[in-house]
Write a protein that binds this ligand. Structure first.
Ligand SMILES: NC(=O)C1=CN([C@@H]2O[C@H](COP(=O)(O)OP(=O)(O)OC[C@H]3O[C@@H](n4cnc5c(N)ncnc54)[C@H](O)[C@@H]3O)[C@@H](O)[C@H]2O)C=CC1
Ligand SMILES: CC(C)CC(=O)C(=O)O
Ligand SMILES: [Mg+2]
Length: 359
């Protein structure tokens, strides 16, 4: 039987996960769920944010549904034991190199964006973020004490040709099934890793994807362009750090960070299996955790991506997405509060989605 590993994590993670599972239950699919600890919850219980047991289950599962990890409680913990090491570790161990972060504006939510409705209405932007390399993983790293008693913090941005090629292929291939345009984002003007990024993406396009239009932007300009005219973009492909930042930025085109799901995909193996993890792009939101007010839509849409990408269940995936849009036309969590609509909590939002599933 198909098996999904469910890892709620910390802060609002368990709250939005419970909401997504309410929707999952309502679909009545014959899929087995296995729940386990990750992040700060696992660190507190077992002294490690990513127990070997959980990693083994993640390898064996058909897909992982992940909530969020982290929080101020663990600020003093060493990086390799911090809650965030769980998501970084899962990406690395499962070789989940392509993090797909779609920012779509639901018609009824165009007014909820921080930008003018006409700038965002109809927006369908796909950010493809490389997620197993770059400065989050590069060596050397650390904080060292210098002879004069001051300290120096070091992180290293590293990308190799194969790492860039494989994520470029994912982005170019996706564009083929969309509007046929990719924008590659780097800082080639000041960073050698960026120059290699730019040359390599261009070479992949020129060799195998001549039907796809490719252009290049510096990351600072791209951030400005996303706010100025987001609809100019189709697929954006970029490294780990820029993709992390630009996707949070893009979320506000849609109205809230609480709306953006993601899929993180690994390489397809000889048996046609592809490791994959699905999670909202937001974090554990400690400032609102425990109050039952978090927006669960990003987590629910992550479930929809899982159904489509890992289980091939296109129809239920589309049904969940449509139900989210319909529910948002009726009720809102506080992050998207509208004067003419009732403001509800996480659980009520999930119930509203279930009501719209049309089962
Ligand atoms: N993949 C993961 O597990 C991630 C973990 N983190 C971790 O999460 C913790 C908090 O990080 P922050 O910088 O505060 O980022 P965050 O994404 O958790 O929150 C940023 C802001 O957005 C709001 N927000 C986020 N999700 C929301 C939702 N579903 N509904 C309504 N409002 C929402 C929060 O209340 C907060 O004001 C840190 O420990 C960080 O390392 C951050 C990003 C991703
Ligand atoms: C722990 C961080 C790298 C997570 C994050 O901000 C993200 O993946 O968006
Ligand atoms: Mg982030």
């Amino acid at each position: 039987m198909t098996r999904i590993l469910v890892l709620p994590g910390d802060g609002i993670g368990p709250e939005v996960m419970a909401a997504a599972l309410t929707v999952f239950d309502a679909l009545g699919l014959s899929v087995e769920l296995d729940h386990d600890l990750v992040g700060g919850a696992a660190y507190d219980a077992e002294g490690t944010p990513l127990p070997d047991r959980v990693l083994a289950k993640a390898h064996a599962a058909d897909a992982v549904l992940f909530g969020a990890v982290g929080g101020p409680k663990w600020d003093g913990v060493a990086y390799d034991l911090r809650p965030e090491a769980a998501i970084i570790g899962l990406r690395k161990h499962l070789d989940l190199f392509a993090n797909l972060r779609p920012a779509r504006v639901f018609d009824r939510l165009a007014d909820a964006s921080s930008l003018k409705p006409e700038l965002v209405r109809g927006l369908d932007l796909m950010i493809v973020r490389e997620s197993t390399g770059g400065v989050y993983f590069g060596e050397p790293r650390g904080i060292e004490r210098l002879p004069d008693g001051t300290e120096r913090g070091v992180n290293t941005e590293v990308y190799s040709t194969p790492e860039i090629e494989r994520v470029a292929r994912v982005a170019l291939d996706l564009a083929r099934r969309r509007q046929g345009r990719v924008t590659s984002v780097d800082k080639a003007n000041v960073m050698e890793s960026g120059l290699l990024w730019r040359r390599t993406v261009q070479a992949v396009r020129d060799r195998d994807f001549t039907d796809v239009a490719l252009d290049h932007l510096y990351a600072d300009n791209c951030a400005m362009q996303i706010v100025r005219a987001p609809k100019q973009f189709d697929v954006v492909v970029t490294g780990n750090l820029f993709g992390d930042i630009l996707s949070d930025l893009a979320s506000m085109c849609t109205g809230s960070l609480g709306l953006l799901p993601s899929a993180t995909l690994g390489p397809v193996d000889a048996d046609g299996r592809r490791p994959a993890l699905y999670e909202p792009i937001h974090g554990s939101a400690p400032d609102i955790a425990g109050r039952g007010v978090a927006n669960p839509i990003a987590q629910i849409l992550s479930l929809a991506m899982l159904l489509r990408w890992s289980l091939g269940l296109e129809e239920p995936a589309t049904r969940v997405e449509r139900a989210c849009e319909a529910a948002l036309a009726r009720v809102r969590t506080p992050d998207l509060a509208a004067p003419d609509l009732p403001t509800v909590g996480t659980r009520e939002m999930a119930d509203a989605v279930v009501r719209e599933l049309g089962l």
